[in-house]
Design a protein around this ligand. Sequence first.
Ligand SMILES: [Zn+2]
Length: 462
Amino acid sequence: MGKNSKNKMQDIKIGLEIHGYLNTEKKLFCNCDSIHSPTTIPNTSICPICTGQPGSKPMKPNKEAIEKFLQTSLMLNCKINPKFRFQRKHYNWPDLPKGYQDTISGAHSTNPAVEGKFENIKIIEAHLEEDPAAWNPETGCIDYNRSGLPLIEIVTYPEFKTSEEVATWLKNLILTLSYIKTIDKKLGLKVDVNISINQEFGGNRVEVKNLHSIEEIKKAIEFEIIRQEKQGTQKETRRYDSSKNQTTVMRAKENLEDYEFIPDPDLPTITLDKKQTEKIKSSLPESPQQKLKKLIKKHKINTYSANVLSKNLEIVEFFEHVAESIPPAFALDWITIELLRVLKYNKKELDQVEINVKHFIELLQAVKDKKLTELKAKQILNQFIPKSFSIKDTLKDVKTIDNKSQIETLAKQVIKENPKAVEDFKAGEQKSINFLIGQVMRLSERRADFKVAKNILEKLLK
Ligand SMILES: [Zn+2]
């Protein structure tokens, strides 16, 4: 890179259009189930409305979709316009049998959510639209399962300057939206990126469409910056080919007028109830960034663990709940290491199992009061999936043995039964003591206090 490259960098403008599927039970204008798995058999969730049969009319827009749209927009600090209506966006394509897509964007529309800000990037608008069907140009077949699914589109100002900035921002956006679960994570995000570099190279806005991962987005931006510096720019739309790591021309950029937007006469103007909007706003969770700050400040958690906790709303809320009864420093490893271990082993998320936070607190309290050994507690925690239980009854049977003479009896038995390990230890093999402690634990059904057992064994073996 030459001396000038830094100056050139300062003139780079990158903006994003992010499309995500809203996590709703039904489609936007009909009663078909929202199919959220791309592996579903094609055309199994369809009706005359979402296949665009002549004469079919849309049902009233899905309330759940509008609510989740509002939640998302409010989480991005957008201002909400209380009145808006769907526009028909016309284009001819095999995936769109009715000849138009219903969207709350376009020339005549009032955008329902505007002027937001997420982290340091301003958001122009967010709007709601229906997804077209999926057309496979190789087979000529069309799958209508996707047709009519509610989509949110989030448009940012071109305020990003580097691909790194875009990647970090998108990661944080995905994490923040995961706190409100409004976007279907399995289906992922689809992002269009627009990139323009300084006047010297034409300064035209080039759009790269349909990028599906942060990695792809980063590579496409990096490719485009270099390409535009070399070739100059035309206002155009390009596609990214990940196998060749390059972008190619898709079409000259169309203007909004090309779509001939008209308000959809079959759909009512939507008027939002102000109280309802306020209610959604006040019930939004804290953002991951706010949680992170609170964990570090209020609970004195180190940054690394705070990051682990705030990656998942259920986990962080679980922690906050536990920390009301158990010192956070004590609870921390039990959640970030032990609980996550058990969940991972069972391939479950916390919200997919029934772990009652009260039971978890009981368990930790018993360890803290030395009524349970850590080992025994870990074993009980394993049994908390699929469903946790009160340990009050089990506590009677599994009470920690801290009685020294009882442990000594067990230790003597272990020494007698394991002459080889004893010999190794006496010959200087330090590790053998761990094996012997393990045997005491086994005999005591993990109820012996680890440190007491170790001390007694060491004394006996001297
Ligand atoms: Zn349908």
